[in-house]
Design a protein around this ligand. Structure first.
Ligand code: CTP
Ligand code: MG
Length: 336
């Protein structure tokens, strides 16, 4: 591995930017899809407020973090002020209400790690998951959306990486591969560490403009991102070079044994410092991606000794294809 670390990027890499951007553009959801999601939220809000007058609904996940491709499910969080609630009871009640309102395929998954309701809106055809009081997810959604405003190369890279992960079957947490959320954090981290950097560390700037305490966790960062629009402009790297660089980094350069990917800080975070060096229960920490706010949470904990191999082989495959194929785009996203 070490010997292959210093491969240089192919000379004509920038030529791949046009086909890659074409793929990126084809993945962006059309405005009418966004409109359908807003309509769904409004009809859900009416039903919810009717039963719980102080409740609020928030969109989170890919429909709100600006990393959503076309036809994604909508993630909704129901926030009830009362902290002392029985989530299962609320979910069952809500499921009943939704069923009477003619939503389709209503299912309450009360025993999941994050209990949710799944449903389909017959009017818009949109599928949706509803969870309760997952305010951290609403806040980390805003963080991702804010990062996406700073440099368009982040959404471009992340859409391409997510599309690759879905095509290659490595975006399935129940099979030991990574969530979309983890991939976006990996992209942010990668762009924070370019030379010169393309993204800042929003949680490390001196001025805090956004502050919230959620579940005893302090969420604070600089969110006036319109002032950072030129942050990455000294870096002229093309999207193609960044896509290649991303896969090359994860194939040959990342120190899986010792380091944690953290977008929270510019410093390198070591696995030792977090005590993520050994298996504890089911958590093996074979690839470590720290949640920006819930810093005790390793998003790589789902990865096991089998799936780490699958992931690393997929990173190598992608890097090799981009490096050597005359027309790599089709091959890169070939279904596994
Ligand atoms: N989330 C989280 N912690 C995780 C996984 C997810 O807080 N371990 C939250 C994040 O707010 C994330 C949202 O749940 O934005 C949805 O996660 P995920 O389905 O991974 O990402 P999406 O952006 O919705 O991607 P997709 O387009 O694949 O649906
Ligand atoms: Mg989602």
């Amino acid at each position: 591995r070490i010997a292959r670390k210093h491969i240089h990027c192919r000379g004509d890499i920038d030529m791949l930017t046009i086909p890659l951007l074409r793929i990126y553009e084809s993945l962006i959801p059309p405005e009418e899809e966004k409109e359908k999601q807003r309509q769904l939220l409004i009809s859900l809000e009416k039903l919810v407020v009717n039963e719980w007058p102080h409740a609020h609904l928030f969109l989170f996940g890919s429909c709100a973090n600006s990393f959503g491709v076309s036809n994604s499910d909508v993630d909704v969080c129901l926030v009830l002020r009362d902290a002392d609630i029985d989530k299962s009871e609320i979910l069952l009640k809500l499921a009943e209400i939704l069923q009477s309102a003619n939503f389709q395929n209503v299912q309450a998954l009360t025993r999941a790690r994050v209990p949710i309701i799944k449903l389909k809106d017959p009017v818009t055809g949109v599928s949706c998951d509803i969870c309760i009081n997952n305010v951290l997810a609403v806040v980390n959604t805003k963080l991702l959306r804010d990062y996406a405003q700073i440099d368009v190369r982040l959404p471009q890279l992340a859409f391409i990486v997510k599309h690759w992960a879905k095509s290659r079957g490595v975006n399935e947490t129940y099979q030991g591969t990574l969530s979309s959320y983890a991939y976006v954090l990996m992209c942010i981290h990668f762009l924070q560490h370019r030379d010169p950097p393309i993204l800042p560390c929003l949680q490390e700037t001196k001025i805090v403009t956004y502050h919230k305490i959620v579940d005893n966790i302090e969420c604070a960062y600089f969110d006036q991102v319109e002032k950072l629009k030129t942050f990455g402009s000294d870096n002229k790297e093309s999207v193609a070079r960044l896509v290649w660089g991303f896969f090359h980094y994860w194939a040959y350069c990342h120190d899986y044994a010792n380091t944690v990917v953290s977008v929270r800080t510019k410093n390198t975070v070591s696995k030792r410092a977090k005590d993520w060096t050994r298996r504890i229960g089911k958590d093996r920490h074979l690839i470590c991606i720290e949640d920006p706010f819930e810093t005790s949470h390793d998003l790589g904990r789902v990865v096991d000794k089998y799936s780490i191999k699958v992931l690393r082989e997929e990173f190598e495959r992608a890097a090799t294809i981009l490096q050597t194929y005359p027309n790599p785009c089709e091959k890169l996203f070939e279904p596994f």
